[in-house]
Design a protein around this ligand. Sequence first.
Ligand SMILES: CC(C)(COP(=O)(O)OP(=O)(O)OC[C@H]1O[C@@H](n2cnc3c(N)ncnc32)[C@H](O)[C@@H]1OP(=O)(O)O)[C@@H](O)C(=O)NCCC(=O)NCCS
Length: 207
Amino acid sequence: MSTLSVHCLKPSALHLPSGIPGSPGRQRRHTLPANEFRCLTPEDAAGVFEIEREAFVSVSGNCPLNLDEVRHFLTLCPELSLGWFVEGRLVAFIIGSLWDEERLTQASLTLHRPGGRAAHLHVLAVHRTFRRQGKGSVLLWRYLHHVGGQPAVRRAVLMCEDPLVPFYQRFGFHPAGPCAIVVGSLTFTEMHCSLRGHAALRRNSDR
Ligand SMILES: CC(C)(COP(=O)(O)OP(=O)(O)OC[C@H]1O[C@@H](n2cnc3c(N)ncnc32)[C@H](O)[C@@H]1OP(=O)(O)O)[C@@H](O)C(=O)NCCC(=O)NCCS
């Protein structure tokens, strides 16, 4: 494993953009960092949507989130998103919101329910030229550590097509059965993941 992969796998403090509680404030940089992980802002929406459109529209004709929905979630709950920037360029992202029911429903596609105990991962996507290099895995581990460190969040939920079920199982997700949400002719499996282990890992790694 390369030094870069080792470095990226180790959870560390996230850079929160200014305006988000807990942000250290924007600092002047003379060079763009090789790798930066931070929560996304509404200003990142266009970059997010560009990756999403290529990843999904060209394949299935549908995007999990349209541009307005991306902006909506990045305005309401930026702390439930995470982007990976390489030399300032967005290469992978996750957008989430909170959900307060046991299972996902059609309403969960567009709603953020503050007070919900589940982080609903609406979309994980990696830029086409960076796929199958471990980036999606690294970002998902970091995201689970990140949301697992938020005391109110107990679990993560998502829906995916069947070929991706084994991918998510590697991170502690398990299939909860067919998802009630249907998009056109597409059907999904609902995946659930307890975040207790991820929160404990985060506490240990902070020592
Ligand atoms: C799915 C995705 C996020 C994975 O990110 P990644 O950086 O390419 O994945 P990693 O390199 O960390 O892991 C690779 C493993 O993921 C799994 N995987 C990746 N893409 C897959 C796909 N389309 N179908 C099934 N498994 C897939 C495989 O197990 C793969 O291992 P392999 O290369 O040995 O076969 C990325 O391919 C992507 O953005 N795809 C388009 C958008 C998408 O489908 N998002 C998921 C929505 S639920």
